[in-house]
Design a protein around this ligand. Structure first.
Ligand SMILES: NC(=O)c1ccc[n+]([C@@H]2O[C@H](COP(=O)([O-])OP(=O)(O)OC[C@H]3O[C@@H](n4cnc5c(N)ncnc54)[C@H](OP(=O)(O)O)[C@@H]3O)[C@@H](O)[C@H]2O)c1
Length: 115
């Protein structure tokens, strides 16, 4: 029996890299996984690659409307969410004086997901 048997998981930024690898592992451990990403083609390809117990939801994690839609879909389809991997992100290098509030919020609205 897998470690995540019957669990419902969300992996933001699950259409490539660490997120995609994690989503595959979660599925192999028995979870149903929702994956997100902004690029529809990559998202469809990732869903095809994972192949089972996966739902792709296109969206931007910095967009509160997209997060509301995502949470509503998970609630409607599964009724609950057991695991969140807030993985979506990208590296932007800047010195302390150049970092702005908007740049630091470019990819995450995690508190909204957890509400
Ligand atoms: N690789 C490293 O060495 C390393 C080191 C430290 C931290 N990290 C962090 O680990 C995470 C994954 O890294 P990775 O190397 O796997 O990067 P990656 O291959 O570039 O994957 C990033 C994922 O996040 C998604 N994404 C980015 N911005 C998004 C947004 N606003 N809304 C929704 N999805 C978004 C991308 O899909 P779309 O472009 O389709 O949206 C993609 O699926 C990132 O947060 C990264 O900063 C990585």
């Amino acid at each position: 029996m897998g470690k995540l048997e019957g669990k419902i998981a969300l992996v933001t930024g699950g259409n490539s890299g660490i997120g995609l690898a994690t989503a595959k592992r979660f599925v192999n451990e028995g979870a149903h996984v929702f994956i997100t990403g902004r690029r529809e083609r990559e998202l469809a390809a990732a869903v095809k690659e994972i192949a089972r117990r996966v739902t792709g939801v296109q969206g931007d994690t910095s967009n509160l409307g997209d997060l509301d839609r995502l949470c509503a879909q998970i609630k409607q389809e599964k009724g609950r969410l057991d695991v969140v991997f807030a993985n979506a992100g990208a590296a932007q290098y800047a010195s302390f004086g150049e970092i702005t509030w908007s740049s630091s919020r470019a990819t995450t609205s995690a508190p909204t997901i957890l509400e």
